[in-house]
Ligand binder design. Structure first.
Ligand code: MSP
Length: 547
């Protein structure tokens, strides 16, 4: 009988293929990969979906500028994303392109279903339109006027006045429903809380406008055509098409069993710039399709420079490939998630990355491994001391009530080993809690508490003195405690830094990968039967900087 594993379905936004990927895209993707790996590590059945958003005016234009057809152009840039994900060690389960037949079919199904439910109606639009953002807005929403032109509230550029026949999706009546759903939090959570408040504030202070979900073919041809019986002259608005990917990838309109297994998504990871599309348009569309809401939408912050979002159009982007070439993929992954809390904005600098590398990675984790294994070699010929030195493998050896015994004299080495043992046993629960809130920075801080405590234990127990004084039981206890800590650390850091964690695992003499052993509570005792280490090169050789 196959075990019924808990499913976990997470998604990233679909990236626009108008230009090659940069740090901002890699941030969303790495966070999703860490989350997916964590859920695999704890034994869940994971579906990690990512992909590319390939329609719309921006892409049509970029293709024209590159002298290619939109299809040739999107094939090329979509591949560039997949190539970068390989470099960044991203293990997605599915990659969807909005130009794929499976997606187009699902979009057509949505059109038909909504027309049938009378939630779509034709209407002549007469108002402002921001071409780069492909965004319609009424005067009330304009961010002021310059030379008679309304300023787009999204990108702050002047918009054009247009008049055209289109199709609209009824949203306006669902405002109250959505406010109640978000407030109750029973079916959907928007995190961080500040973003949830932002959405609620918007909904409470504005009437919702019905969404224009088509574009006339004579203005924009590069989109998913409407089913012919609805219109032969329109294509689908790119955002409307793109959001549907979250269900088209799991079989909407094609494979109800698959859809039933995976939907609703456990989390949509997005950047804060696209919160409204997800929290308002997407949720109302799901309601219209009689589908449950995603359990969580998490809107992360931006990597900024000089107070501005890094983006290709501003020309201030960091190229992940260059950083990875210099510092390695795991240092880059670690830095992005450690430096800035996931909901907040961050500033990227190589100086900050080098500092993190030399302190957290080289000095703390790298040295802990190196010193522990060197001592294991020196004092025990590389054999992790076998079995608990003091009896049952639930050592350290304090039996219940021992501390109350008047004859008890605490041995600081025993007490500290006990403390580390407790930390090891609780590490899973602590990280699991932080990661359930996508608080990656907090999870890493907790992991590093164990790294630092173990390093301090080396100092406080001074194994070199224990060896000299032939205090072999304490020496064994210290070494095995360090090895137990390192083993659980390899597992805990694996989602963040898979390559280095696997190297650490191998140096502990362990076969396979850290993800082959379930990560759970009470993991002390892994080396109760000893083991033979295989010390190797330092994990993180220090980066020397010019003074
Ligand atoms: N195609 C839409 C999403 C459709 S989802 C159904 C889109 N694409 S995007 O390529 O412009 O952005 C994709 C993701 O990259 C967004 O989550 C966005 O926030 C993120 N980032 C792009 N630049 C960024 C930074 N400078 N910093 C952090 N992330 C930012 O929007």
């Amino acid at each position: 009988m196959t075990k019924n594993l808990k499913k976990y379905y997470l998604t990233t936004p679909l990236y626009y293929v108008n230009s090659k990927p940069h740090i901002g895209h890699s941030y969303t993707e790495i966070a999703a990969d860490v989350l997916a790996r964590f859920h695999r590590l704890i034994g869940e059945d994971v579906l990690f979906l990512t992909g590319t958003d390939e329609h719309g005016q921006k892409i049509e234009r970029a293709a024209r500028d590159a002298g290619m057809t939109p299809q040739e152009f999107t094939d090329k840039v979509s591949l560039a994303f997949r190539d970068l994900w390989k470099v960044l060690n991203i293990k997605y389960d599915d990659f969807i392109r909005t130009t794929e037949p499976r997606h187009k079919k699902a979009v057509e199904m949505v059109w038909r279903k909504l027309v049938e439910k009378k939630l779509i109606y034709p209407h002549t639009y007469d108002g402002w339109y921001c071409t780069p953002d492909e965004y319609f807005f009424t005067e009330g929403f304009a961010d002021g006027f310059v030379e008679g032109k309304a300023i787009c509230p999204e990108c702050k550029r002047p918009a054009e006045k247009i008049r055209e026949d289109n199709y609209f999706f009824k949203l306006s009546e669902d405002r109250e429903w959505l406010i109640n759903e978000i407030r109750s939090g029973a079916n959907i959570k928007i995190l961080p809380e500040t973003r949830q408040n932002e959405v609620l504030g918007f909904l409470e202070n504005n009437e919702l406008q019905d969404l224009c979900i088509s574009r006339p073919k004579n203005r924009l041809a590069w989109g998913i055509p409407l089913p012919a019986e609805i219109s032969k002259d329109h294509v689908t608005y790119v955002w409307f098409d793109a959001l549907i990917n979250y269900i088209s990838a799991v079989g909407f309109g094609a494979d109800p069993k698959k859809l039933g297994k995976w939907w609703p998504a456990d989390v949509h990871i997005i950047g804060k710039d696209i919160l409204r599309h997800h929290a308002i348009y997407w949720t109302i569309l799901l309601k219209a399709l009689d589908l449950p809401l995603p359990k969580m939408i998490f809107a992360h912050g931006w990597w900024v420079q000089g107070g501005e979002k890094m983006s290709k159009s501003r020309g201030n982007v960091v190229d992940p490939v260059e950083i990875v070439k210099t510092y390695g993929v795991d240092a880059y992954r670690y830095f992005l998630l450690r430096e800035t809390p996931f909901g907040a904005d961050g500033t990227f600098s190589e100086e900050a990355l080098i500092l993190r590398f030399n302190t957290d990675l080289a000095n703390d984790l790298g040295n802990l491994l190196n010193r522990s294994l060197t001592m294991c070699e020196k004092y025990f010929e590389g054999e992790i001391p076998k079995g608990p030195p003091f009896g049952a493998f639930t050592y350290p050896m304090l039996h219940e009530g021992a501390e109350e015994d008047p004859r008890f004299t605490p041995n600081p080495i025993h007490s500290e080993a006990q403390g580390i043992c407790n930390d090891i046993n609780m590490l899973f629960a602590i990280i699991n809690e932080s990661i359930s809130r996508l608080a990656f920075t907090e999870a890493l801080r907790e992991i590093w508490n164990l790294v630092n405590r173990s390093n301090k234990f080396i100092e406080s127990s001074s194994p070199w003195i224990l060896a000299k004084q032939q205090r072999s039981e304490e020496l064994r206890l210290v070494i095995v405690t360090l090895c137990e800590a390192l083993k659980v650390l390899a597992q805990a850091v694996w989602p963040f830094m898979p390559e280095k964690a696997e190297a650490l695992w191998a140096q502990l003499g362990l076969k396979g990968k850290p993800c082959d052993v379930p990560f759970k509570d009470n993991m002390w005792g892994f080396f109760k039967d000893g083991g033979k280490i295989a010390k190797g090169a330092p994990l993180f050789p220090r980066i020397e900087t010019k003074k």
